[in-house]
Design a protein around this ligand. Structure first.
Ligand code: HEC
Length: 162
């Protein structure tokens, strides 16, 4: 018996398309909740404009309520990965809900920012692969390191600054 490859391919392709279309019903919600007035990191004593610009370009997509959702965030299964990354990123650090009222907590967050920048863990490589504007030069990384270091020191009581 001769296999009819054309028929097999068509059936396979058709099934694949149907599965892909069905998956679209599973697209998770892409949220950008409202930011409480004054809650953003930039709301009180904003960092220098250069720092602000770098954080917006390299971090805000995953660590704020100002996510620019890429087109593939609308298409399962890529959408699952992007949305879970952003949700997880926001859980760990959210510049749109900065602990302005809790200097000790804010200082800790700045320490963690300093750490992940120093270890080159952030922004994640899988993100900068596509988001070219989020790539940090060594000088830009140093700018963010200097800022997080100085800002954390400023928030701590003087005696712990030695
Ligand atoms: C593609 C999304 C994405 C981008 C862009 C991104 N992050 Fe993250 N970040 C995450 C995720 C997800 C986690 C939590 C899981 C982990 O630690 O890997 C995280 C964790 C962190 C943490 C750890 C928080 C803790 O709980 O200690 C810090 C600090 C951080 N990121 C800072 C940054 C900074 C600073 C930038 C920009 C230079 C940045 N991130 C860019 C996704 C992102």
């Amino acid at each position: 018996m001769k296999l009819n490859w054309k028929k097999w391919l068509l059936t396979g392709g058709g099934t694949g398309l149907i599965v892909l279309l069905a998956l679209q019903a599973t697209n998770p919600a892409r949220t950008n909740p409202a930011i409480a007035p004054g809650a953003d990191l930039m709301a009180t004593n904003p960092p220098a404009p250069e720092v602000t610009a770098l954080l917006h370009a390299a971090c805000y997509d995953c660590h704020s309520y100002e996510t620019t959702w890429p087109w593939y965030a609308h298409i399962a299964p890529a959408s699952w990965l992007v949305v879970s990354d952003v949700n997880e990123g926001r859980e760990h650090l959210n510049f749109s809900a900065w602990p302005h009222a809790d200097p000790a907590r804010a200082a800790k967050k700045l320490d963690r920012i300093n750490e992940v920048l120093d270890y080159r863990e952030m922004p994640p490589a899988k993100y900068t692969l596509i988001h070219v504007n989020a790539r940090l030069t060594d000088a830009q990384r140093q700018t963010l390191l200097d800022w997080s270091d100085a800002a954390a020191k400023k928030l701590r009581p003087a005696e712990t600054n030695q």
